[in-house]
Write a protein that binds this ligand. Structure first.
Ligand SMILES: Cc1ncc(COP(=O)(O)O)c(C=O)c1O
Length: 420
């Protein structure tokens, strides 16, 4: 189970350590729930993914997994840019000092203000709607990609497939080609094409087929428009293990295979090898983060044992949204045998607020710390204030030091939004 936790995870004197800091010390200093990011894991992942993209390739962090200024800075330090999908995410990237050249702007419905901000920063904008070349040029955008949906269904949760026909993202080939032509006519520099098949992909099947179709589509654009894509942006989607029973191929190997396949497919269609751009989110920050909760009420019922923690669907809505399965470790008694089969309940007024349906942990007691691994992506990023609960804090830990990278929201923060 420790292999689901960040690289630095160790058990010492019966206690889980992350980034060289004891779980109890982290909880005492920063409170719980607390998302602890491991700097070592983030840096190792970033380096491996850069290598996977190849010499001409580039890696843009899929910000939606967790927009955070400190994380942007750390990843930039490793040579990564970021893909942003809203004016808010763009503002986070800007606050971290990323320049337009380090950013790719996404969105199936970008408004004029977002496009103007993107133009001001001179980012690459991924065109995603029939009239977006016109809107982008009016806003002053200079460089673009065109997002195409090639009709491939990925075998993942229906809420996170994006490359199928009928998707709200991108445009099917005929419309995408018209958009490329329109963008060129309007004087936009169209660098290349973008695809994103879906998230948490279980294997390479859907991506391989998408890349094959992408190269054919690129050849069709060359033949009918006299325009060649120099960039193949393959999006993100590389999965991680959240649970011991998850069998997911290694994300870095997949990314490397995807990049090589794209270069080969373009060459096979008589096209110049493209620069491959990748936009990994989950596989970059997912395993790097683990969440610490404090155990409260323990109810040993005939039907099951409930272990209630001080967070839940407000800090991690993935069990409700995607039927996501997690596991947990008693962080303060990590070397005791996992004797008790329990369900981990959140603290919200909702029967469905169950973080983990079924997990075995050391006999739980009020005050224990529970650690849930692989919670660095799409947890805090999707968090809410349900039941008037403030969002948790996040820290970055390394070599025995931990520092706050996002403070805990207080009730005062929430009340500040209220008008009489
Ligand atoms: C366009 C685009 N790029 C990148 C990503 C990141 O995906 P993942 O976190 O699965 O790597 C997403 C996720 O939805 C996306 O829509």
């Amino acid at each position: 189970m420790l292999d689901l936790f960040p690289e630095s995870a160790r058990i010492a004197d019966g206690e889980l350590m992350l980034g060289g800091v004891r779980a109890a010390e982290l909880a005492e200093r920063f409170g719980t729930p607390l998302v602890v990011y491991c700097e070592e894991t983030l840096r190792l992942r970033a380096r491996a993914l850069r290598e996977a993209a190849g010499r001409e390739g580039r890696v843009f962090y899929g910000t939606k997994a967790f927009p955070n200024v400190a994380l942007f800075r750390l990843l930039r330090d490793e040579g990564l840019g970021a893909d942003v999908a809203s004016a808010g995410e763009l503002a986070f990237a800007r606050a971290a000092g990323l320049s337009g050249d380090e950013l790719v702007v996404h969105g199936n419905n970008k408004d004029a203000q977002f496009l103007r901000l993107a133009a001001e920063m001179r980012t690459v904008v991924v065109l995603d709607a029939p009239d977006e070349a016109a809107l982008a040029t009016a806003a002053g955008v200079e460089r673009a990609l065109v997002r195409v949906t090639l009709g491939v269904d990925a075998d993942t949760h229906e809420a996170i497939v994006t490359g199928h026909h009928g998707s709200k993202f991108g445009l099917p080939p005929a419309e995408a080609k018209t958009l490329v032509g329109d963008a060129l006519e309007r004087g936009l520099e169209v660098l290349g094409l973008h695809v994103h098949v879906g998230s948490q992909l279980p294997d390479f099947t859907a991506q391989a087929e998408t890349i094959r179709r992408l190269a054919e589509f690129a050849a069709e654009c060359r033949d009918s428009l006299g325009w060649e894509a120099r960039v193949a942006d393959l999006g993100g989607g590389f999965g991680i293990r959240h649970h011991p029973e998850d069998a997911v191929p290694d994300a870095v190997e997949l990314a490397s295979t995807a990049a090589a396949t794209a270069r080969y497919a373009f060459a096979s269609n008589g096209l110049a090898e493209p620069a491959v751009w990748l936009e990994p989110g989950r596989c970059l920050v997912g395993r790097a983060g683990a969440t610490l909760y404090t155990v409260g009420a323990v109810k040993r019922l005939r039907e099951r044992t409930w272990v209630a923690v001080d967070g839940g669907m407000s800090d991690n809505p993935r069990p409700q949204l995607y039927d996501a399965r997690y596991t947990a470790l008693s962080a303060t008694r990590a070397d005791e045998p996992a004797t008790d089969a329990v369900s981990v309940a959140g603290m919200h007024c909702e029967s469905g607020d169950v973080l983990i349906d079924d997990v075995s942990i050391a006999a739980p007691r009020r005050g224990d710390l529970l650690a849930v691994p692989a919670t660095g992506a799409y947890t805090l990023a999707m968090s809410s204030n349900y039941n008037g609960v403030g969002r948790p804090a996040a820290v970055l830990a390394r070599d025995g030091n931990a520092r706050l990278i996002r403070r805990r929201e207080t009730v005062e923060d929430l009340l500040a939004l209220e008008e009489e």
